[in-house]
Design a protein around this ligand. Structure first.
Ligand code: AGP
Length: 611
């Protein structure tokens, strides 16, 4: 996700743009930049947050009545000055900002390379910009037409804003798959990724739809489709306040991020998983496929929620790749002087990419000859840069301290790696491989189904919010999900919760069970199902309250449990991406019911960069 802002009208553009970018920093903060047009194009951009750019260009010529601005969440090309937006075309006469991913940018780049183009950045954005300029030059058409022709060749998601040195008051914008709002003022127009940059100036907005192109002048807004047909703008009145807009209309970032998961898992799979072709494309893994296949063992190294993702991955890799997997708390792994053999592969899992224990653990292992692969969300972060290879989770900025969408994105990436390696190794049959690819492709919509059927969880939260302790139980792939559910509850509601393998109850913890103890079972239909049913009966026999995450249509457990939360049927390997969602919501709604700050829980930080 990136934040984009534009302005054209009688006011000074720069103050409007820079303030708007600050409001959009929740969408990304790797680098920022502005392009202003005042007789000629001026571009100021740098790595870092908006305030750093602001400080760096004090005293520069910032006078202009039209401009565009961008705050970046890196996807292609790590955070740096040269990868920051806006980008300028080869001729220098065009400047563009972009939010999204151009999936076929490599192909477009090859065509431009053959025409002698060179590039100053590693971004897909610069490729698209020069592709547009090449069409403008080659077809001898205006910029609007060149954008239309170019976008018909583009696959992926985009919002682009363009300035043209030859059209000083005009901004050309287009969108597909990423958001664009245009604010209607008196002889002025505002553009933004959401309405937050324009809210103080106007509440009349137009939400641009996919495959639409906007030609925006101070006193005129023209909307067209890619077939060059005019569209009547549908002007709406905003009734949201600023805080709500940044959270996308949700009460908290945590809830927004839980509900973003269908999209973020889709973004994680996009451009990598092609179920119809039966292919998984991950260049950062492909080059180490041989190392993984021949590894004596794979060691998952992480902390917290990411460690839980590593536990799920242990089951998946051992099942699909038949490779010995160990899962290590980074903090323990780094201090106990572990035995690392050449040929060991370490997978470091981290949302922030800056967790100190994980970073030092892989630095030590790298010195001892291990291959380090990162499964990281923040592009260009320390763990990503320390790793030999890996794959980004593309979940976008995760603002809520409790990790939610990053966890399911980690599982999606780890599943794709295991499927890819298992297929190459031949430890998974063609049928099972193809079935799992098709099922994995359906996970975003199954998460959406789960969210749509989650309305009862708010009621459950009211019923159980005063409990002093919880147990979370699961078996197999759902055991790590039980741990994750317990962690979410602890973090957000400050209620003590413990996760255990369900079978472990009889070795002591069952002594805790009485009528005051809610026990959450992650009990989706899988190979362990009948055993879990027995465990539920053991708890019920001791008057424990049972809340169960069950597979849609499971009347058996529904008849035993006090309360149920439902997920769609899915292969047990993929089920954790579904069964965790009700647990995320249960923790969230209990935290809200107890009136805690669920986005910033006490004592916690989003990224633990200290030891
Ligand atoms: C999870 O909800 C917590 N915020 C915390 O356990 C987190 O997962 C852990 O600190 C690891 O962070 P990382 O994924 O950024 O490395």
């Amino acid at each position: 996700m990136c934040g984009i802002v534009g302005y054209t009208g009688p006011r000074e553009a720069y103050p409007i743009i820079i303030k708007g970018l600050k409001r959009l920093e929740y969408r990304g903060y790797d680098s920022t930049g502005v392009a202003l047009h005042n007789g000629g194009l001026k571009v100021y951009k740098k790595k870092g947050k908006v305030a750093e750019l602001e400080d760096a260009i004090v005293g520069k010529d910032l006078h202009a009545h039209v401009g565009i601005g961008h705050t970046r969440w890196a996807t292609h090309g790590e955070p740096s000055d040269r990868n920051a937006h806006p980008h300028r075309s080869a001729s220098g006469k065009l400047a563009m900002i972009h939010n999204g991913i151009i999936e076929n940018y490599n192909q477009l780049k090859k065509e431009l390379d053959n025409l002698g183009y060179s590039f100053s950045s590693e971004t897909d954005t610069e490729v698209l910009l020069n592709f547009i300029e090449e069409i403008k030059k080659n077809n001898q058409c205006d910029l609007e037409e060149a954008v239309r022709v170019a976008l018909k060749r583009v696959t992926g998601a985009y919002v682009i804003l363009l300035l043209d040195e030859d059209n000083p008051d005009t901004i050309i914008a287009a969108r597909k798959g990423s958001p664009l709002v245009i604010g209607i003022g008196k002889n002025e127009h505002f553009l933004g990724s959401d309405a937050s940059p324009m809210l103080e100036y106007t509440k009349e907005v137009v939400y641009v739809n996919d495959y639409e192109l906007a030609i925006v002048k101070p006193d005129e807004l023209i909307l067209k489709n890619l077939g060059n047909e005019k569209i009547t703008p549908y002007v709406q009145k905003l009734d949201l306040e600023l805080a709500a807009i940044e959270k996308g209309g949700y009460d908290h970032f945590m809830l927004k991020e839980i509900f973003e998961q269908p999209q973020t898992i889709y973004d994680c799979l996009r451009g990598r998983l092609d179920a119809s072709e039966g292919t998984i494309t991950m260049s950062g893994i492909q080059q180490y496929a041989e190392d993984i296949m021949t590894a004596n063992r794979i060691i998952m190294v992480a902390c917290g929620t990411s460690w839980h993702a590593g536990l799920v991955a242990e089951y998946i890799f051992e099942e699909l790749c038949r490779i010995n997997v160990e899962v290590e708390y980074a903090s323990e792994f780094r201090y106990r002087n572990p035995i690392i053999n050449k040929g060991d592969v370490i997978i470091a899992i981290s949302q922030s990419g800056e967790t100190a224990d994980t970073l030092v653990a892989i630095e030590n292992a790298k010195e001892k000859g291990a291959i380090i692969l990162g499964v990281v969300n923040v592009v260009g972060s320390s763990i990503a840069r320390t790793s030999h290879g890996g794959a980004y989770t593309h979940a976008g900025p995760e603002i809520g301290v409790a990790s939610t969408k990053a966890f399911t994105a980690q599982l999606a990436v780890l599943t794709m790696i295991a499927l890819k390696i298992g297929y190459i190794k031949g430890t998974i049959s063609q049928d099972r491989y193809m079935n799992l690819l098709n099922e994995l492709q359906q996970i975003p919509e199954k998460v959406a189904w789960t969210l749509k059927h989650s309305s009862t969880i708010k009621t459950l939260a009211q019923k159980y919010k005063d409990a002093h302790d919880f147990l979370y139980l699961g078996r197999g792939y759902n055991f790590p999900v039980a741990l994750e559910g317990a962690l979410k509850l602890k973090e957000i509601s400050y209620i003590h919760a413990e996760g255990y393998p369900a079978a472990e109850m009889k070795h002591g913890p069952i002594a805790l069970v009485d009528e005051n103890l809610p026990v959450v079972f992650v009990a989706t239909k899988d190979a362990y199902y009948q055993k879990v049913v027995s465990n539920i009966q053991e708890i019920k026999a001791r008057k424990g309250k049972v809340i169960a995450v069950i597979t849609e249509g499971d009347e058996s457990i529904a008849g035993m449990a006090d309360d149920v939360m439902i997920v769609p049927e899915a292969d047990e390997i993929l089920a954790p991406m579904l069964s965790v969602v009700p647990l995320q919501l249960l923790a969230y709604y209990i935290g809200v019911a107890k009136e805690y700050d669920v986005d910033k829980p006490r004592n916690l930080a989003k990224s633990v960069t200290v030891e």
